[in-house]
Design a protein. Structure first.
Length: 499
């Protein structure tokens, strides 16, 4: 591992006009912090006992000795840095972890090693950041992924605190946006002593936006252990589920649960006993998800109420924190939320490490660490990306027809769980979500990614234009035709990728 040839000394530079305006606006808005905090508190987005931390007021004293400050925005980032925090703490350094959400704070309570301090990150106003830095006086600051706040970076750099970006991620979409404000992003990145990127592509983007030092170190999330599960709770949940077929959807966002409940309604009549587990990204939305299930005429149970699914439960709502490990251990098929809406998709790695077949919708726009790079995870899985052909309801095939074909194939595997293998799961899962979701957009081709092809070659399946209107779906040649399948339609051709 060596430094990039682009390494050059970091020089003190004046701020661009955009950052001067940003700092002025945030300074002027400081008196409104109480109103904004009150609004967020009513929505369950703040901890009422710790509001002072958002204003930079510490609730615990600074420990003596060198202090390393590690910041992660939310649950996913904090989960990724916990092994790093454990390693730093084992070297007898004091560690301060900051994050910005209630969920991440609860995760820190559960999983940070003893002696590590957690605080909510202060709002990015000069007054609050100055108060925070005056108290904690960190000797090193590590920022995670893409959570970059201008005042925090500028003021930390001004105090000669070494800044390192760890697990850096910069999507192509974000890179394209920042290219319209190169002076702004460049002024922030030049204040980092080092940018440690998840991939060579991320490193190249950081370099292109002005980062003077950068390294490709890989994705910390791939090194995170599988999410834990309390043994007694797992036994209780497994006993309640029994031999029922289970599909889970985790980290879902508003708008997605309606679609997923509709998927369940279409499946349950053909496959009695089907249980769908919905774990909303923000657990406080549990009652709202329950209302969606109620309106759909389905029976539901809320885990936050201490309930377990009974034989009549259709939708089990896992609206608790820190229990995704339970969900992933009972569900062989997991849909990762945030990908049916414009969010970009959540992290699939934890589910993959527990052997689940993973799928997501067409809005998955994040640079996926399990994408075409062929990283083996979970039960020796490798990723495969499947493309769906363009489906136009006006060309003789209705949405109901395509849904029906997918239901047949999903149902076969649900009725015969012993036959489930990673590749067949990928095929039918992709079909089902593509069909149910993507046909809503007339004339647009949908796609989903199934990270569940078997070890070996990775094949990209894409539709042949000749198959238009024939109702064909991608099936690997080496697998047997599924019930109602597309064998002989001639509509799919494989393109071999690297293994």
């Amino acid at each position: 591992m060596s430094y990039s040839a682009a390494e050059k000394p970091i020089e003190r530079q004046s701020l661009p006009l955009t950052l001067h305006v940003y700092r002025a606006l945030l300074t002027a808005a400081t008196p409104l912090a109480g109103v904004l905090l009150s609004h967020r508190l009513k929505r369950g987005k703040e901890d009422p006992r710790r509001l002072a931390e958002r204003r930079g007021e510490a609730t615990v004293p600074r420990p003596a000795g060198p202090l390393v400050w590690v910041h992660g925005a939310s649950v996913g980032e904090v989960a990724a840095i916990i092994p790093l925090v454990e390693r730093i703490a084992s070297k007898d350094f004091k560690v301060l972890v900051t994050s910005g959400t209630v969920g991440s704070a609860k995760l820190c309570e559960q999983r940070l090693p003893p002696g590590v301090i957690h605080q909510f990150v202060p709002w990015d106003t000069p007054r609050f950041i100055a108060r925070f830095l005056d108290h904690w006086r960190p000797n090193l600051a590590l920022f995670t992924e893409s959570d970059l706040w201008p005042n925090t970076i500028i003021m930390s750099h001004a105090r000669r605190i070494p800044l390192i970006l760890v697990n850096g991620r910069l999507s192509q979409r974000s890179f394209n946006r920042w290219r319209y404000a190169p002076a702004t992003i460049g002024a922030m990145l030049r204040r980092f002593d080092l940018c440690l990127a998840q991939s060579a592509e991320d490193a190249a983007r950081y370099a292109g936006l002005g980062a003077p030092r950068y390294l490709t170190t890989g994705n910390l999330k791939l090194d995170v252990p599988a999410p834990p599960a309390d043994t007694e709770r797992l036994w209780a949940l497994q006993a309640a589920v029994g031999a029922r077929p289970v599909i889970a959807a985790t980290s879902t966002h508003p708008g997605e649960e309606t679609v997923l409940v509709d998927v369940h309604r279409r499946l349950k009549h053909s496959f009695p006993g089907l249980l769908t587990v919905l774990a909303p990204r923000h657990p406080e939305r549990g009652p709202g998800v329950a209302e969606i299930a109620r309106v759909a005429g389905l029976r539901f149970a809320l885990r936050s109420n201490g309930a377990l699914p009974d034989p009549e439960t259709d939708i089990y709502i896992a609206d608790t924190l820190g229990e995704l490990g339970l969900v992933y251990r009972i569900a062989p098929i997991v849909f990762i939320g945030g990908s049916l809406v414009g969010h970009g998709g959540q992290n699939p790695i934890e589910a993959a490490k527990l052997g689940a077949a993973i799928l997501h919708g067409q809005q998955h726009q994040r640079d996926d660490p399990l994408g075409d790079r062929g990283i083996a995870v979970g039960q020796e899985m490798k990723p495969a990306r499947f493309g769906a052909r363009r489906i136009d309801p006006d060309r003789g095939r209705t949405a109901a027809h395509f849904r029906g074909v997918g239901l047949q194939r999903v149902g076969h595997r649900l009725q015969h769980p012993a036959e489930i293998d990673q590749q067949s799961i990928a095929v039918f899962a992709v079909e089902q979500l593509i069909i149910v979701v993507d046909v809503r957009k007339r004339g647009q081709g949908g796609h989903a990614t199934a990270l569940a092809a078997p070890r070996g070659e990775i094949t990209r399946w894409r539709a042949d234009p000749r198959s238009r209107g024939k109702g064909c779906f991608p099936f690997p040649r080496r697998s047997a035709p599924a019930p109602g399948g597309a064998a002989g339609c001639g509509g799919v051709r494989p393109v071999r990728l690297r293994s």
